[in-house]
Design a protein around this ligand. Structure first.
Ligand SMILES: [Zn+2]
Length: 313
């Protein structure tokens, strides 16, 4: 039983590690989808950032964008066609014709965005209205929060092309790291090491590696003082064992690569304030969410890549 479980778990990990290139869309694709979002925003009165954020989320829960399309939103057939049995969130279908060709097509970008716009608009145009509309469609708190946060990031930077990254500590500081993802860990029962340890001195500033929103900030038994940031790719970045936080950064704040979020320390493995049980280092973890589950994957290749990016700037 135990072996079978372990094999299943390992397979899951192997199958679900995002590829290094999967995250980037081409510049032309970005321009094309931006113009679709903005067009739909103009007719619906719902800011383009929400269409962009919903699409961005759907890009991560599906493996690929359907042939011939630039957006990834695949309407639930019940949402599109309606179902009149009670109880139902979609008594009438929302599928409608948005591109003026007299055909309602649930594989057409413009028809889909137009229909989504009508649905959102039926709840109202405030942030709270949109939140409720999203909840009734996805019925999952983390999904709603992720979409709302991604919209905030797009709003701040006024683009979906957010490809810049940073290394989590200044590359001019003294640091070392090795690929230790998956190593056994003793404290707190049998678990594996879900991250990369970057050894550096106490107080070295810790940078956000991505664009995103601070989702978590506080104490955790294993991680000590830690910050969690979710990026626009629905990846949760976990920064642990910090000696302190950047006070100006709060939960819900938008961050960008290079923003200081705290400093390297050795907190954790005990009650709040425990420190010094191991040498100072930043534990950096990455977790992918697919709309149903969240799993850890190896940050090491990404760290290597971002380190090179920063060196080549
Ligand atoms: Zn670690």
């Amino acid at each position: 039983m135990k072996t079978a479980l372990r094999i299943t778990f390992s397979l899951l990990l192997i199958c679900s590690i995002p590829s290094l290139t999967a995250f980037a869309a081409t510049e032309e694709e970005d321009i094309e989808r931006m113009s679709l979002y903005k067009k739909t925003a103009t007719v619906s009165g719902i800011p383009w950032t929400y269409y962009a954020a919903i699409d961005q989320y759907e890009r991560q829960i599906h493996d690929e964008i359907p042939e011939g399309r630039v957006t990834a939103f695949r309407p639930d057939p019940l949402f599109w066609n309606g179902i009149d049995t009670e109880p139902s969130f979609f008594p009438k279908g929302w599928g409608d014709n948005g591109d003026g060709n007299n055909k309602v097509d649930m594989t057409n970008d413009e028809d889909i965005l137009w229909s989504l716009g009508k649905y959102l608009q039926s709840y109202g145009t405030t942030e709270q209205d949109i939140r409720i509309a999203l909840w009734n469609y996805y019925k999952r708190d983390l999904t709603v929060q992720t979409i709302m946060n991604t919209a905030k990031v797009f709003e701040k930077f006024q683009t979906v092309s957010l490809t810049d990254r940073d290394f989590p500590v200044p590359i001019t500081s003294n640091y070392t790291y090795h690929n230790t993802w998956g190593d056994a860990r003793g404290f707190g029962g049998r678990r594996i090491h879900e991250g990369t340890d970057i050894f550096a001195d106490y107080g070295v500033p810790v940078h956000s590696t991505t664009y995103g929103v601070i989702e978590m900030k506080g104490w955790n038994e294993f991680g000590g003082w830690r910050v969690g940031i979710r990026d626009i790719y629905n990846i949760y970045h976990y920064y642990a064992h910090l000696s302190g936080f950047e006070e100006s950064k709060k939960v819900g704040d938008v961050v960008q690569p290079g923003d200081v979020i705290g400093s390297v320390g050795s907190t954790g493995y005990g009650p709040p304030g425990t420190s010094g049980k191991f040498p100072p280092h930043l534990h950096y973890g990455m977790y992918q969410d697919n709309g149903k589950n969240e799993w850890s994957f190896d940050p090491y290749p990404y760290l290597k890549r971002w380190e090179r990016m920063v060196r080549n700037k």
